[in-house]
Design a protein around this ligand. Sequence first.
Ligand code: ZN
Length: 355
Amino acid sequence: MLPGFVDTHVHYPQTRIIGRATGPLLRWLEQSVFPEEARFARRPYASAVADEMIDRMLAAGTTCAAIFSSSNPAATEVLLGRLAERGLRGAVGLTLMDVRSPKALSLSRDAAMTACRKLIRRWHQHDDGRLEVAITPRFALSCSRAMLRAAGRLAAEHGLLVQTHIAETEEELAATRAAHRDASDYLDVYDRAGLLGERTVLAHAIHLSPREWDRVRDAGARIAHCPDSNFFLGSGRMPLSEAHDRGILVGLGSDVAAGRSFSMRRAMASAYDNALCLGRSVSLPTLFRMATLDGAGALGLGDRVGSLEAGKDADFVLMRLSEQAKTVEDALAQLVFDNDDLGVEACYVRGQRLS
Ligand SMILES: [Zn+2]
């Protein structure tokens, strides 16, 4: 029996495009991601994929996730409805994109804020807080300054989780500097818009300066580390020690579909590889904590889920380990690295069996 895994960064409308090897990032977005995300204007498609994603998460033992929806409000509504019905825990955000984006995916600031308010009224804190609505600018490149500011105001007004991407590739970094010349660096784009605080989860954080790392710490923001995605798109190596040495909370993200699996076990194994590539090692207990308790903490849920403790909600998974695992260390090694035979037997949220 393990705490349910927490995926701090995943894209619902990319469920069907795992493995499209058209990276690096900006080319992959153009060629593989944006055409697929445009399909979510069709409600039956959105509904079918929502159930596929939930099935895959449960098969991987994930009981809680911070999810980027598409930029389509109706598809986001569909996803929240399926999560409400199926019993998973999580935060979902309409992906905000109003500039430098394909027409089919762009939504004006006013239309997006109206849609977000509607989603908040309908779904935020649904089922005693099991579901939340998150403010979700895709990244600085796809948002105007006005959109980012409006998003920051709305997040502050309702105390919402903010999730976005930062400093994933050097090409993106250069384009962001050119697009947001008033900001001193990438992080400052979000900071100036009021999007940086204790409820902010920043995905990737590969190419940050020392000033930006210090500011992430001082703001109390959190990191979603997505190493499998970083390998697949060749984005670079996230320096985990920069975050951990500063006491910054880091959860793991699958980042499907740049990540090649919904499994947080895969994310843990890739995080181990990633650190070793940088000449550092991460212990198995630390990897496990990032995939559970630290992930929950990054989403502001550390007092409710992420570990098996009296007083918390009973979100847990049952997994079958092989009989060779005699010690906790053996069991963790099997969980993280020996991926062939382990099976998730069942997932529970608040003691209710979901699969
Ligand atoms: Zn992502």
